[in-house]
Design a protein around this ligand. Structure first.
Ligand code: PLP
Length: 373
């Protein structure tokens, strides 16, 4: 469709092509190539962590991270109800039990004041997921983890370059992860990274991503996966990392532009520009339709699609996922905030490839949508 504005377009205007050509010219295309180590080291240094373990995607990073912790089967892991299935399935695939906490109505992050009531003698970890642009209230999470001797898994897949009280997201978990999917602040096409300061956990993650090969090749003590990142993915990642500050600046600019253009909207919740602990990084520009409108997010998205604007719906609550309900999980669980924003929330084009002119076009269409109503 000509003139259609997609919900995301990546920006690949740095050394990506040169580094990719280097892979081809040298023949280093597998996970053994030099860009992989370089990307691991540079990403770890950027976030301020000792070890980086590159993997094939963010979902794989979560799975390897949870597996590395080696929690006993049946142990409980607390995580937000409002997040992507990758978080919950890393828990359930490891034979662990996900316990969900509702989100805050305005930051859309896990409501940390509701965590402690979920802690039982089976709880072993809290999985923190920073949602859409603002970090989770880490001080509260870290205090609870310390008090109850829990591990912290930090999903910073949407937070490259974001800080909490000035400290990098991805530096808070016993084990933290990033994704480099094309809609993230930096991309490899597909890619993920696990970060930790713990040498033992780092070694376990390296095992988990590479079939737990042991000293004697083809002899295995544990079941792992092939989650290896290729040298070609890492080559793009290294080039993207060089642009990190520029990308972050642009993402914030896109967010602020939309904020200004939408100042007149009534009863539509927009991203909070800042909190006491962070300035929004606008990974995506989300909007939640107020109750005074008689349409939900799916209807709004369909109308915007008709106007040539790509959109995407908010996450669907974990405790409502059919795959888990079919297994008899989450019976009687209710998280009203997560349920409401997943029904009434959607996000609009805000990828790094968007132009200022396109931002104007999107904003006009969105304003028209709410004016008609
Ligand atoms: C994107 C994302 C993931 C998954 O990453 P993939 O690379 O797409 O597998 C996990 N968690 C969150 C919060 C994400 O936004």
């Amino acid at each position: 469709m000509s003139g259609f504005i997609p919900v995301n377009e990546p920006l690949l205007n740095g050394n990506e092509k040169a580094y990719l050509c280097e892979c081809i010219d040298t023949g280093w295309i597998s996970s053994e190539g030099p860009f992989v180590k370089r990307f691991e080291q540079e990403m770890a240094a950027y976030v301020g962590r000792k070890y980086g373990i590159a993997v094939s995607n963010g979902t794989a990073a979560l799975e390897a991270a949870v597996q590395a912790l080696d929690l006993e089967k049946g142990a409980e892991v607390i995580l937000p109800a409002f997040t992507i299935i990758s978080c919950a399935q890393a828990v359930t695939k490891a034979g662990l039990v996900p316990i969900v906490v509702d989100c805050e109505p305005d930051t859309w992050n896990m409501d940390v004041s509701r965590i402690e009531e979920k802690i039982t003698d089976k709880t072993r970890a809290i999985m923190v997921v920073h949602i859409y642009g603002l970090p989770t209230e880490m001080d509260a999470v870290l205090a609870l983890a310390k008090k109850h001797h829990l591990k912290v898994i930090e999903d910073a897949a949407e937070m490259h370059g974001q800080t909490y009280h000035g400290k990098q997201c991805g530096s808070f978990g016993d084990i933290s992860i990033f994704s480099f999917y094309p809609n993230k602040h930096i991309t490899c096409g597909e890619g993920g990274m696990i970060l930790t300061d713990d040498e033992y956990l780092a070694e376990r993650c390296r095992g988990a991503r590479n079939l737990f090969f042991s000293a004697r090749r083809y002899v295995h003590e544990e079941i792992g996966s092939n989650f290896r990142m290729t040298n070609m993915q890492a080559a793009v990642g290294v080039a993207q990392l060089e642009k990190m500050e520029e990308h972050i600046r642009r993402k914030r600019e896109i967010g602020r532009r939309y904020n200004a253009l939408f100042a007149e909207l009534q009863d539509v919740m927009l991203p909070i520009p800042e909190t006491s602990y962070a300035e929004n990084i606008y990974w995506v520009y989300g909007m939640v339709i107020g109750e005074s409108y008689d349409f939900n997010a799916l209807e709004a998205m369909e109308r915007l699609g008709g106007m040539g604007i790509g959109t995407r719906s908010f996450f669907y609550p974990i405790h409502r996922q059919p795959v888990y309900l079919k297994q008899g999980m989450f019976g009687g669980v209710s998280c009203p905030n997560a349920e409401r924003i997943s029904e009434r929330g959607f996000y609009i084009p805000s990828g790094l490839g968007i132009t200022d002119e396109q931002i104007e076009t999107v904003a006009q269409a969105v304003k028209q949508l709410f004016r008609q109503a």
